[in-house]
Ligand binder design. Structure first.
Ligand SMILES: C[S@@+](CC[C@H](N)C(=O)[O-])C[C@H]1O[C@@H](n2cnc3c(N)ncnc32)[C@H](O)[C@@H]1O
Length: 212
């Protein structure tokens, strides 16, 4: 016992930290192998996850997609908000991260594919339109043509009035890819807002909320 904290609570915290460390180690290994597609050395924090999901406002969403979930740090926060009849699926291009995601969230369909194929993926799920896309993609590391292609394909599924929520790292704003992406968003969405900086994320990040 540690003061008011029981042994069970202590074990839970130690277990959670060990799991987080396992995720970090595997994520780092993926970054070393595929730095541009992975885009980060460690998974996002719960602070960033909560900001993302708050911006998404999923309470009334019937159909939600998660792009680039990695190990799935945002996923529990998404599931917490979804109603019983809602449809939810994830698309992860990296087979090893997709396998980790599957193990952590066996109830969530994950497509081991590129988000460029989102229309075909939605067809296979009999989804006509999507209310919200929550993205963990490393936009700053994508080429300009890749950014345009991924957004173009997303517009084939996102319903008018639907939301696109994604994050960027403060330090990456100097990169040409991040600057291009920031300029691209207002040209294709009705309204784009930026959250305040989530300083407790490593590295500090902010969230774009885009209304289609
Ligand atoms: C910065 S990590 C974010 C992971 C997780 N969402 C988080 O915040 O910790 C980017 C993720 O996007 C995935 N990714 C990159 N390009 C992709 C693509 N074209 N289609 C699907 N996933 C992709 C990577 O494999 C990686 O898991």
């Amino acid at each position: 016992m540690y003061g008011d904290v029981s042994q069970a609570e202590t074990n839970f915290v130690i277990g959670a930290l060990m799991l987080a460390q396992m995720d970090w180690t595997r994520f780092l290994a993926e970054f070393i192998q595929k730095p541009l597609a992975t885009g980060s050395v460690i998974p996002s924090s719960s602070y960033l996850a909560k900001t993302m999901i708050r911006q998404a406002g999923l309470r009334n969403a019937d159909t939600v997609l998660e792009y680039g979930p990695g190990t799935g740090v945002f996923t529990p926060y998404i599931l917490e908000q979804l109603g019983a009849g809602s449809k939810f699926a994830a698309i992860e291009i990296n087979p090893r991260l997709a396998a980790l995601f599957k193990a952590a969230h066996p109830g969530v369909p994950v497509f081991e594919d590129s988000v460029e194929n989102v229309r075909a993926i939605c067809d296979s799920l009999q989804i006509e339109t999507v209310d919200c896309v929550i993205s963990g993609l490393p936009w700053a590391f994508f080429s300009e043509s890749m950014q345009t292609r991924i957004l173009g394909e997303m517009f084939r599924v996102l319903r008018p009035g639907g939301k696109f929520v994604t994050f960027g790292y403060v330090h990456s704003l100097a990169l040409p890819g991040a600057r291009h992406f920031a300029g691209l968003l207002p040209t294709c969405f009705r309204k784009v807002t930026k959250s305040s900086i989530v300083w407790r994320n490593v590295p500090p990040a902010f969230v774009y909320r885009c209304l289609f």
